[in-house]
Design a protein around this ligand. Structure first.
Ligand SMILES: O=C(O)CCC(=O)C(=O)O
Ligand SMILES: [Fe+2]
Length: 231
């Protein structure tokens, strides 16, 4: 477990938005390299209920991407998921997009849909990076990951970052947000290796979204990064 240190900081974050001055984000610094932050109470119970009710009706086994193939590999990833695009519920996902844009300062115009995952007993996701490791994608690589926790899993089901010596607890309403890439050249920050620890009691709901490089006014031109390398 990561010890508390003097460089561990939390704050009420307003981003100078008048609305957020009335209702600031509860922001907690986890790491500066890679940039990892926690946001408490960022997704609300009624939103979680709507999302998990919708997802529960149509879950399918989570697949795992390995060597250019997407397959079922239960020793690597065991869970069930449902992808949502914004137009399934524009009011709800539009609000979440706005919140994400406010906390990350990146646009969600070139982002993935929302991936909702349920892990039952033994559900887990082995250690991986979220960034693509094998070539350019249409909108570039996954620059930012936002991981919403939608249930409380008190003593297990953590998200573990072995290279940072950090575990995030699955606490309902909290989001963990991190930068997968270095901002000077777009290479993958190996500090972002992470996995979902097995669920031993109860079950775990999360939702993730990846924001792509395209359209983010980055200091480098991702289209020139023909080969993406893990550093
Ligand atoms: O389940 C977790 O805590 C991590 C999930 C994850 O890494 C992912 O969906 O990419
Ligand atoms: Fe991940």
């Amino acid at each position: 477990m990561r010890p508390l240190t003097c460089d561990f900081k939390c704050r009420y974050q307003t981003k100078n938005s008048p609305y957020r001055i009335l209702m600031p984000f509860k922001e907690e610094d986890i790491s500066s390299d890679p940039n990892v932050k926690l946001y408490h109470d960022i997704i609300y119970d009624e939103e979680i209920k709507t999302i998990t009710d919708m997802a529960s009706k149509d879950l399918s086994d989570a697949e795992y991407y390995s060597n250019g193939k997407i397959t079922l590999l239960e020793d690597r990833r065991l869970g069930q998921l449902k992808w949502f695009s914004e137009n399934v519920n524009p009011a709800l996902f539009g609000k979440l997009n706005e919140r994400i844009e406010c906390i990350t300062d990146y646009s969600t115009k070139t982002a993935e849909g929302y991936q909702t995952v349920n892990y039952g007993l033994g559900g887990h996701f082995s250690v991986h990076v979220d960034a693509f490791t094998d070539g350019l994608k249409l909108n570039g690589n996954r620059l930012v990951t936002i991981l919403f926790y939608m249930t409380d899993v008190p003593n297990d089901g953590y998200t573990v970052f072995p290279n940072l010596n950090y575990v995030a607890h699955c606490s309902k309403g909290t989001a963990l947000v991190w930068l997968n890439l270095y901002l000077n050249n777009g290479s993958i920050n190996s500090g972002t290796f992470h996995g979902g620890c097995p669920v031993i009691k109860g079950n775990k709901w999360i939702m993730t979204k990846g924001i792509y490089e395209e359209g983010q006014h980055l200091t480098y031109n991702w289209r020139n990064n023909e080969k993406i390398t893990i550093v």
